[in-house]
Ligand binder design. Structure first.
Ligand code: ZN
Length: 235
């Protein structure tokens, strides 16, 4: 398996990596979608409600309580997958990392061309004057983080009910379309927009690295059912 992946990478010059929550779980960041049951015991609402735009606007304090406890992982470090991808970019073969994660770990690992479809928890913006704040501002605020101007600061992450950034979507679609190899890792490809974007890949080297089945197994040229960190760490 790994030797096949190595030869695919060897013979390519435009690799795109598309990653989901599974890339970050190996850094100790849980996938909240698969842990829904846990939240029901402690919170009144499911994560899809608590991470929605309307919940943020109407229950800002409760939003931040949940968000800080479940979505922020300031001590998380890049794992073998993030590090291997950053290295592959320096060889010139890997052109773009597209991620659904908001933890900023690809950038921390040294990747330069990262398209964060769902934004980044490391960036936070005042809703009134648009001033940017680092994540420390959120962590250090006892309750709702406020800007100097009095505006509420919102994480620059795409909440439920919000639309994805059109420019980033466009860049991601173009990168996938132009790729000679597309490596998809840590996602079952069931969630929008991942599933739709993969259909834009026209090449014949689709590699899926995921511990469980994905919606695109039938189209894959290579399927590796292993840990993404362990797999990419071998490259
Ligand atoms: Zn402001």
């Amino acid at each position: 398996m790994i030797s096949t992946l190595k030869s695919i990478i060897e013979s390519s010059s435009n690799i795109v990596f598309f990653g989901g929550a599974g890339v970050s779980t190996e850094s100790g960041i849980p996938d909240f979608r698969s842990a829904d049951g846990l939240y029901k015991e402690k919170y009144k609402y499911p994560p899809e409600i608590m991470l929605s735009r309307s919940f943020f606007m109407e229950h800002t304090e409760e939003f931040y309580k949940f968000y800080k406890e479940k979505m922020l992982h300031p001590d998380a470090k890049p794992n073998k997958a993030h590090i291997a991808l950053a290295k592959l970019e320096t060889t010139g073969k890997l052109k773009t990392v597209i991620t659904q994660n908001v933890d900023g770990l690809h950038t921390k690992a040294g990747s330069l061309n990262v398209l964060e479809l769902h934004g980044s928890a490391l960036r936070n913006v005042c809703l009134i004057c648009k001033k940017c704040y680092p994540v420390e501002k959120i962590i250090q605020s006892e309750s709702i983080p406020f800007c100097h101007c009095g505006g509420i600061i919102k994480p620059d992450v795409v909440l439920y009910e919000e639309s994805l950034d059109v420019g980033i979507m466009h860049s991601a679609t173009n990168a996938i379309h132009a790729a000679d190899v597309l490596i998809v890792g840590g996602t079952s490809l069931n969630v929008y927009p991942a599933a739709g974007m993969i259909t834009g890949y026209r090449g014949k080297k689709l590699v899926l690295i995921n511990k469980s089945e994905t919606a695109y197994d039938y189209r894959a040229n290579l399927i590796i059912r292993e840990s993404i960190g362990e797999t990419l760490g071998l490259l």
